[in-house]
Design a protein around this ligand. Structure first.
Ligand code: MEV
Length: 305
């Protein structure tokens, strides 16, 4: 019996979180923790989904239903997932499984979907389940690499760059991304001018950072990351723990550091020269962070068999 295995990568926000939800640009990267999805037809009454490592099998179920309805597929399928994600860390296991499941089903039924089509369908699923989100995680899982990204995929520009020398520290606290997005939205509605100005400044930093990445100017990129972290603190989404991890990373020689993602927990990232790496990692661990070993710029969704 034909079976198809596909994988898709996780993601990290490099710069521009929250602003991106309101139309400002962001910079994101795919990371090399991957979600593997195996799809096959089975003789059974109903679809079978085996996804023990997936936070919410709702994502897989929704993809299967949407795909079968859209492409009028009547056969019964079995979907199995396997991953090297630590789910709690916030590296985008839901977006990766969504993207990988679409591609696996498409290959199973010999239906060619472009990357843009996979992105659009997957973003539809995210919005259906979470209600909010810019879709940057879906873009990373689909296209891979380092991406300059605008809300809803209005722009998805892959940047020609080497992998970025990042250290990633997990704060030990799981963030509730949709709740944080709503918190910032309410703040924006109350203080349009003040918060709008912060988003504008974040967007300005992102545009400068894009050029810094293209020029591999890491000292500049680091300074821009530090400024971005300051603006996220003003938005009220950082935590004492994240601030501490960022502070010690910079004290120990990182070019720059900031929280990555919605805030409230999850991860911070530091941009670090290779000869300072172990110093920065140890400093982050000493204040209670957990170092996550992943590389940036990973491949997007791909067939594995
Ligand atoms: C969360 O990782 C990043 C946010 O900008 C939300 C999003 O872009 O979907 C806060």
């Amino acid at each position: 019996m034909k079976q198809v295995t596909v994988s898709a990568p996780g993601k990290l926000m490099i710069m521009g979180e929250h602003g991106v939800v309101f139309g400002y640009p962001s910079l994101v990267t795919a990371v090399d923790t991957r979600m593997f999805v195996r799809a096959e037809f089975i003789d059974s009454g109903k679809d079978v989904i085996v996804a023990p490592q997936v936070k919410e099998s709702r994502f897989v179920e929704t993809v299967v239903d949407l795909f079968k309805e859209k492409f009028k597929i009547e056969q019964v399928v079995k979907i199995e997932t396997r991953s090297d994600f630590l789910q709690t860390v916030g590296l985008g296991s839901s977006s990766a499984v969504t993207v990988a499941t679409f591609r696996a089903l498409a290959d199973l039924v010999y239906r060619r979907l472009t990357l843009r089509e996979i992105f659009d369908l997957s973003y539809q699923v995210t919005l259906k389940i979470q209600g909010v989100g810019s879709g940057f995680d879906i873009a990373a899982a689909t296209f891979g690499g380092v991406i300059y990204y605008l809300y809803g995929g209005k722009k998805i520009e892959k940047l020609l760059t080497k992998r970025l020398p990042l250290v990633i520290g997990y704060s030990g606290v799981k963030a509730d991304t949709p709740a944080l997005i709503c918190k910032v939205k309410r703040k924006y509605e109350r203080k349009k001018e003040e918060i709008g100005k912060i988003f504008e400044e974040i967007g300005y930093l992102v545009d400068k950072a894009k050029r810094a990445i293209l020029n591999a100017d890491y000292p500049l990129l680091g300074r821009l990351m530090n400024q971005n972290h300051g603006l996220l603190c003003r938005l009220g989404v950082s935590t004492k723990k994240l601030d501490k991890m960022v502070e010690v990373a910079i004290e120990n020689g990182a070019w720059g550091a900031k929280l990555s993602g919605a805030g409230g927990g999850d991860c911070m990232i530091a941009l670090v020269d290779k000869n300072k790496r172990s110093l920065v990692e140890t400093a982050i661990e000493r204040v209670g962070g957990v170092i996550i070993k992943v590389d940036s710029g990973a491949d997007g969704v791909r067939r594995e068999n």
